[in-house]
Design a protein around this ligand. Structure first.
Ligand SMILES: [Zn+2]
Length: 255
């Protein structure tokens, strides 16, 4: 439950910021893994497994979604505690929301900020999923962005059955409640995304990636259209056309 509440607070921020990183903080360690350059104010020795799981994310997005590898490097800044992280964010990125971890994108490379905690691996996978998507695709609809970030935030072994959102989704399915994808598609501001929207976004992504193969094929085709700057239309329309019994299939997937 704690993880569920926490994950709904993770957001992405795409905005114009002029903050520069690393011009004053002392970085004690740095590693390169996949497209990520990670700098930390503490030793990263022993954290190779965490960093490797981020590199695996890139492979997963390519294999599972057909998304091209990131076209630009992504910078990760890790702090040893929350106070240091908060002070740094206030100083160099004033105006961004106060969150446990953040993905920030402006004209330069995407940047992920986080601090060490027992949730750091989940925080990093979530924010780095945002970063990888935006380093490859010209746009990502908000609901899909958050749905994918949540899907990939847990370890690969937990994606199918181990996500904290699953219990709530199953409870609704037992009442035959199917969230409206059209409603999610109308949310275009981060502030419009509450717990319900995060849960429903995760559920639709789970359905598309682990449900009927035709649903995943449609998601991949949708992302390929975005990748090639072809207007993709609405995912809700495409899914309904591809799978006429969509609501029934959704209920069957989670039951
Ligand atoms: Zn997010």
């Amino acid at each position: 439950m704690i993880r569920y509440l926490r994950s709904t607070l993770l957001v992405l921020v795409i905005l114009e910021v002029s903050g520069k990183c690393g011009n004053s903080a002392t970085w004690a360690d740095a590693r390169i893994t996949g497209p990520f350059t990670c700098q930390a104010d503490f030793s990263l020795a022993g954290l190779e497994g965490v960093l490797d799981s981020l590199a695996s994310l890139q492979n997963d997005l390519v294999q599972l979604l057909g998304v091209a590898p990131a076209k630009e490097p992504i910078e990760i800044y890790l702090f040893h505690d929350k106070a240091t992280y908060s002070a740094y964010m206030k100083r160099y990125l004033p105006g961004v929301p106060e969150r446990k971890a953040l993905y920030v994108k402006n004209q330069g490379p995407g940047r992920v900020f986080a601090f060490w905690s027992r949730d750091v691996e989940v925080d990093l996978r979530h924010e780095c999923t945002h970063a990888l998507l935006h380093a490859s695709l010209p746009l990502v609809p908000l609901w899909l962005d958050e749905g994918l970030a949540q899907f990939f935030e847990v370890s690969a072994a937990q994606r199918a059955q181990g996500h904290p959102q699953l219990d709530g989704v199953r409870r609704n399915v037992r009442r035959r409640e199917v969230p409206k994808l059209q409603t999610l598609e109308n949310k275009v501001e981060v502030a419009q995304m509450g717990r319900t929207e995060y849960r429903d976004s995760w559920a639709w992504v789970h359905f598309m990636l682990l449900g009927p193969p035709a649903a995943r094929e449609e998601l991949k085709a949708y992302l390929a259209d975005i990748q090639h700057n072809t207007p993709p239309g609405r995912m809700s329309t495409r899914l309904a056309n591809r799978l006429p019994q969509l609501d029934t299939l959704y209920v069957g997937h989670f039951r």
